[in-house]
Ligand binder design. Structure first.
Ligand SMILES: *[C@@H]1O[C@H](CO)[C@@H](O)[C@H](O)[C@H]1NC(C)=O
Ligand SMILES: *[C@@H]1O[C@H](CO)[C@@H](O)[C@H](O)[C@H]1NC(C)=O
Ligand SMILES: *[C@@H]1O[C@H](CO)[C@@H](O)[C@H](O)[C@H]1NC(C)=O
Length: 151
């Protein structure tokens, strides 16, 4: 009985680890904070653009956001007086199915500088239970280039 049990179990273990490997590939650690796309990629002050945040992998990897905050930042040629500009602060609907947050933002007239290379950052604020048992909110960000023109 014990001898037969092992051959039956072995294929199940192989299948389970295969499925696990595929899911890992599907949601690599790099996308743990979620992903987003936006369009158009070139925006003038006052113009609107649409952001689509996708929390499929964030949920799967345990980084379901409480908030999603969007900022435009110049991290390349910052002249020391260019501060992150808040574009949108979103309370994430943790029941959203599919786990997407789609909305339209307006690019403020703002303080835009020639020669800057702007990035649109998405900050994911997620909760963790601290060792002492209290809940803390941690934050991480992902970014993509945005082309700001016409100022
Ligand atoms: C959201 O991300 C998941 C995982 O990468 C992907 O399968 C799905 O197609 C994405 N949904 C949209 C609307 O982009
Ligand atoms: C959150 O998403 C669920 C599922 O789609 C929906 O029923 C609910 O109304 C949403 N809540 C808010 C506040 O939008
Ligand atoms: C940014 O927009 C300008 C004006 O539309 C365009 O000429 C330029 O190619 C764009 N740059 C990038 C990196 O998309």
């Amino acid at each position: 009985m014990h001898v037969n049990f092992v051959p039956f179990l072995a294929p199940l273990v192989v299948l389970a680890s295969l499925a696990n490997a595929q899911l890992q590939l599907f949601c690599p650690d790099a996308v743990r904070l979620g992903t987003f796309t936006f369009s158009p990629k070139t925006v003038n002050p006052g113009a609107t653009f649409t952001i689509v945040a996708n929390m499929t992998c964030a949920n799967y990897l345990g980084y379901t956001p409480k908030y999603l905050d969007y900022y435009i930042e110049d991290t390349t040629n910052n002249n020391g007086h260019e501060y992150p500009t808040l574009i949108a602060r979103r309370t994430y609907n943790q029941s959203a199915d599919p786990p997407l947050d789609i909305f339209t933002a307006v690019l403020p007239s703002g303080f835009w500088f020639v020669g800057a290379e702007y990035q649109l950052y998405m900050y994911n604020s997620y909760e963790r239970t601290a060792p002492a048992g209290d809940t803390v909110t941690l934050v991480g960000a992902v970014a993509q280039s945005i082309n700001i023109t016409g100022y």
